[in-house]
Design a binder for this molecule. Structure first.
Ligand code: SF4
Ligand code: SF4
Length: 363
């Protein structure tokens, strides 16, 4: 068949078929995913503004009106594409608070498998822009509106978020719900998962952890030692991992991978880290001023505009070694991209993601 005639492809991300993407993008991403020694994932916090006051977060306490211009962000996205980035998360603050968010999202969506995070307050006003993205992730931490709004510290947050999820889902936009697992909602994560996946809405998770970094210039800070969110019931966390591993066998809308759940289980059961961190190898983060870091827990190491020169530098190689040995955090995304950071891991991800694209090529 003539490949030029293929306009779109459905791909499989984290085990779920949801995406319809431009074929040129699909083939570029497939090649990048299979090329060794390239970063796979970037998270860009394009704004430091937020309209929420979540209790476990410091971003809203340290807001900054400064931002890169639209053209600068687009130039940075092109650089990330040239570096080989496959998956991009656009977050903040709330990224949809930027007036130029639709233009940025459109540009990013042409280049990457793109996810946009929203606290649930802005998605409905941005429906047209969000039609371009591969996933919209909306944060809902409880089925109990009162508890959810306590965590977000904004009255009405639950209602807005649930309304946004329903609206986006009904509009055919690939929306997923992303609860942050903490001691406050640990015992209802299975119920939250069932509630949304039974409606056909996929669920991914974040994990609440306390940042123990000694780096004062870290990108942002989450949590306090011994606050009410820190998971104290480790046995319940192990049980949750076991339950989700079982549930995944029948429920394709649970997006977290079994390998990641097994790593979490070992961490909570034995305190054992079964992965080496691959910050600044397989993933990197960027802030609202275009500064880059291996993860949000460490200091900036350069600017996105210098990336082509510094990515292969001695300085970066030394930092990679330091991060390899670091065990200061257990954020799910960082563990995920560390677990799948080897060439073999990339191959496994690519195999999952491109099952359906391959089907198109074979027709
Ligand atoms: S967690 Fe997100 S939505 Fe909540 S205050 Fe922090 S940046 Fe804003
Ligand atoms: S383990 Fe990795 S992601 Fe976590 S703080 Fe250390 S370098 Fe950063």
């Amino acid at each position: 068949m003539c490949f030029k005639s293929i306009k779109t492809a459905t791909i499989d991300i984290h085990g779920a078929k949801y995406l319809t993407i431009n074929f040129r993008k699909a083939s570029r991403i497939a090649i990048s995913a299979l090329t060794p020694n390239k970063p796979h994932h970037a998270q860009w916090m394009i704004t430091r503004k937020c309209n929420y006051r979540c209790r476990g977060c410091n971003v809203w306490k340290e807001q900054d009106k400064r931002e890169l211009s639209t053209e600068e962000v687009k130039r940075g996205l092109d650089i990330l594409k040239d570096l080989g980035i496959v998956e991009l998360v656009i977050s903040g603050g709330d990224p949809l608070l930027r007036k130029d968010a639709p233009e940025i999202i459109k540009h990013a969506s042409n280049l990457f498998v793109t996810t946009v995070y929203d606290n649930g307050s802005m998605a409905k006003q941005n429906l047209e822009a969000l039609r371009n993205v591969d996933f919209v992730a909306i944060s809902i931490d409880s089925l109990d509106p009162e508890k959810n709004d306590y965590i977000k510290a904004v009255p009405g947050a639950w209602k807005k978020a649930v309304d946004a999820v329903e609206t986006l889902h009904n509009e055919g936009i690939n929306v997923s719900v992303t609860p942050t697992i903490s001691q406050l909602n640990l015992y209802e994560i299975v119920d939250i998962t069932n509630h949304f996946t039974q409606k056909g809405v996929p669920v991914w998770y974040c994990l609440y952890t306390f940042d123990q970094t000694g780096d004062e210039n870290q990108l942002f800070r989450i949590g306090k030692a011994n606050d009410e969110f820190i998971i104290k019931d480790k046995q319940a966390m192990v049980k949750l991992c076991d339950t989700l591993i079982e549930m995944k066998k029948k429920n394709r809308n649970i997006l977290i991978t079994t390998k990641l759940l097994q790593a979490l289980r070992a961490l909570f059961l034995e305190g054992k880290r079964t992965w080496e961190c691959r910050a600044l190898q397989n993933f990197l983060v960027l802030d609202h001023l275009g500064r880059i870091a291996g993860c949000h827990n460490h200091n900036f190491v350069g600017s996105v505009f210098d990336l082509p020169e510094i990515w292969h530098s001695e300085k970066f190689n030394a930092l990679r070694k330091t991060y390899n040995e670091c065990s200061q955090c257990s954020y799910l995304c960082y563990i995920f991209y560390s677990l799948y950071g080897s060439p073999y891991g990339n191959l496994m991800l690519a195999k999952d993601q491109w099952k359906n694209a391959r089907f198109l090529l074979e027709r």
